[in-house]
Design a protein around this ligand. Structure first.
Ligand SMILES: Cc1cc2nc3c(=O)[nH]c(=O)nc-3n(C[C@H](O)[C@H](O)[C@H](O)COP(=O)(O)OP(=O)(O)OC[C@H]3O[C@@H](n4cnc5c(N)ncnc54)[C@H](O)[C@@H]3O)c2cc1C
Length: 587
């Protein structure tokens, strides 16, 4: 069993956890803003450029680039889409800086995005938006972005700790600041403590505790679980976004749950139930172009009506748009469906809502600073920008915008920071013991417990919720959590011991699942992604509040904090009086 004396040490100035859009932008900007000679280290659970969800971005990147669209319009769509819960200063920052970031992606990093015949960037329609503002590279936008980012980072003097999993934030003895991060070098199984003056947490959330989910397998809420244990406040934790159209291809394939992008519905794709009827207009006047939360609930309701385990989902149909056009416009999607035996261009494909994105996260300010000195959070780990609902296309904009800001701010902040801080030995020992816990128990099976958690979360803490269901959910989560503590992992070799990492993944998922369920129980109204069948009303927009969860003495508490309408009040707009309601022809 490893002891604190067995921990390898590594010192740096700026440490970045995660290499998605937020982490890689953080690294590049930190190098630009920090004094010369500053050591920048990136640590990632997988391989640089090969893990996380930024690589998986299909549809594209929201940015207002003229043609009638403005930052103000993007902002209003973001606030209204988030049902007045977003932190307005963060949302403004997101929309404003996205313009700068897209030019940086094109002109400094060398991304190629699709263009119009006149040479301007092509922007497509995404649901819930009043302008065609989604910049893209066909439907494989993330690969373009992450490959160019990766090339730039690999070419620069950044220390790289790949296959390094962060397991605990280690504060100073007085708890006032962060001293470093405890990690496992997954290649050897040895522990490593990395001390740093500033740490960017960009581990990308990832609601993979649901039966159907889209994020990459390396994402298991580790960052939020670490932040929770460190006593940091987490906001909007009930807000899990379900993407309406996850592929349903059977239990035998991990393609089940993967997303069929929003652009399909934006382009005119239709949703058909098992009776062969188009149903979305029964739920919303915008039909398939309603926001994700609304469409997910429509599909879920149809699934319940059908109640046939052999035919669980509904169908997306594109054929009326012309199979050749669909095959050209959505080449990636068509191929993915074909790989699973479905004809997206000419037939119909069975789909189901799938857990996609996590709006909740660590409470940060607009500069990505947190309540713990030295810790910064950006990307999907940070809460606030989206409120109760993220617009399609705002996710990768969020991670690249705030990742870059974090890099700028950390580089500037370390100028005023003195020596590296000393970690609290007790906190270090506690995190070490926690990570080693399964090595002290008789080996057992982790996967059945993960499956059990996924079923509980889907059934009781999913698309539609009730108090009774959430209480059942909490009991189910506790059952999995307790059982996990008794399941051991063989410890003869810790090098690439994937069962150990599965155990640690499930530990993080259980901890955050409990917070999601408690926050969902605390929100006795329905906003955006959070829908309570027993409280279907939204509550007064003027009195909007968000949940703030904390862990103290092992117990999770959830409080309310009022939304500050710093830019616009509910019912008002910052658009000019004569501005059209929408610029999208089909809406
Ligand atoms: C299939 C799919 C399609 C999407 N399409 C779109 C789209 O079209 N438009 C859009 O705006 N958004 C889209 N999104 C959302 C978007 O991908 C995310 O919002 C965004 O990329 C998150 O960026 P990030 O940097 O926060 O996290 P990620 O890019 O997910 O990166 C997280 C990083 O943290 C690492 N990590 C995790 N845990 C640890 C740990 N314990 N220690 C060390 N490293 C760790 C991971 O390995 C990874 O490198 C999509 C998401 C999915 C899953």
């Amino acid at each position: 069993m490893p002891t604190p004396r067995d921990i390898d040490r590594h010192d740096t100035d700026i440490l970045i956890l995660g290499t998605g859009g937020a982490g890689l932008f953080g690294a590049l900007h930190a190098l630009q803003s920090a004094p010369e000679g500053t050591r920048v280290t990136i640590a990632v659970k997988g391989l640089i450029g090969k893990c996380g969800c930024t690589r998986m971005v299909q549809g594209g990147y929201n940015v207002a680039l003229g043609g009638g669209d403005t930052v103000e319009r993007h902002f209003m769509d973001t606030i209204q889409g988030g049902k007045w819960l977003p932190d307005q200063d963060m949302a403004w920052r997101l929309c404003e800086k996205a313009v700068e970031r897209i030019h940086e992606l094109e002109n400094e990093l060398g991304c190629f995005f699709d263009r119009n015949p006149d040479g301007t960037l092509h922007q497509k329609a995404f649901a819930g938006q009043t302008a065609d503002r989604t910049v893209h590279k066909a439907d494989l936008t993330g690969i373009e972005i992450i490959n160019r980012l990766m090339e730039q980072v690999l070419a620069r003097p950044v220390e790289k700790l790949q296959d390094h999993r962060a397991v605990g934030l280690i504060p100073t003895r007085d708890g006032a600041a962060l001293a470093g991060v405890l990690m496992i070098d997954m290649r050897t199984g040895r522990f490593r403590l990395v001390r740093a003056k500033t740490v960017l947490m960009a581990t990308g959330g990832g609601p993979t505790m649901y039966k159907y989910h889209t994020p990459s397998g390396d994402k298991t809420m580790d960052g939020l679980a670490m932040a929770l244990r460190a006593g940091l406040p987490l906001r909007d934790m009930e807000m899990v976004q379900f993407h309406p159209t996850g592929l349903l291809a059977g239990d035998h394939t991990r393609m089940t749950g993967t997303v069929l992008e929003e652009g399909l519905r934006g382009a005119g794709g239709q949703l058909i139930n098992h009776a062969g009827q188009r149903f979305m207009f029964d739920y919303d006047g915008k039909g398939e172009r309603a926001t994700r939360d609304v469409v997910s609930r429509g599909i879920y309701a149809e699934m319940r009506k059908n109640n046939n385990p052999q035919q669980e989902g509904v169908f997306i149909s594109m054929a009326h748009l012309g199979p050749d056009w669909v095959a050209q416009k959505f080449a990636g999607m068509v191929k993915r469906c074909a790989d699973c035996g479905f004809d997206l261009a000419g037939g119909k494909v069975e789909v189901v809502p799938t857990a996609h994105y996590f709006m909740g996260g660590v409470v940060v300010d607009v500069d990505t600073r947190t309540a713990l000195e030295g810790l910064y959070v950006a990307g999907e780990d940070a809460g606030g920008a989206h409120g109760s609902n993220r617009l399609g296309g705002n996710g990768v904009a969020n991670s690249t915008v705030f990742g870059g800001i974090a890099g700028d701010v950390m580089g500037a902040d370390i100028r005023a920071m003195g020596a590296l801080r000393e970690p609290d030995p007790d906190a270090l020992e506690a995190e070490l013991a926690r990570a080693c816990h399964p090595l002290t128990r008789t080996p057992g099976l982790v996967q059945p417990l993960r499956k059990q958690l996924q079923e509980v979360m889907w059934d009781e803490v999913g698309v539609m919720r009730t108090a009774a269901g959430l209480r059942r959910g909490l009991a189910g989560i506790a059952e999995v959590s307790d059982a996990l503590m008794e399941v051991g992992v063989a410890s003869e070799s810790l090098a690439f011991n994937l069962t150990w990492h599965d155990w640690l993944n499930l530990r993080s998922l259980c901890d955050i699942s409990e917070v999601i369920a408690r926050a969902a129980l605390a929100r006795d109204n329905s906003r955006g992604a959070h829908y309570r069948e027993d409280f279907p009303e939204t509550g007064a927009m003027e009195d909007s509040w968000f949940t703030v969860a904390r862990q103290s003495g092992g117990a999770v508490t959830v409080d309310r904090a009022p939304v500050q309408f710093t830019i616009v009040r509910p019912g008002e707009t910052i658009l000019p009086e004569d501005a059209p309601e929408t610029l999208v022809a089909a809406q």
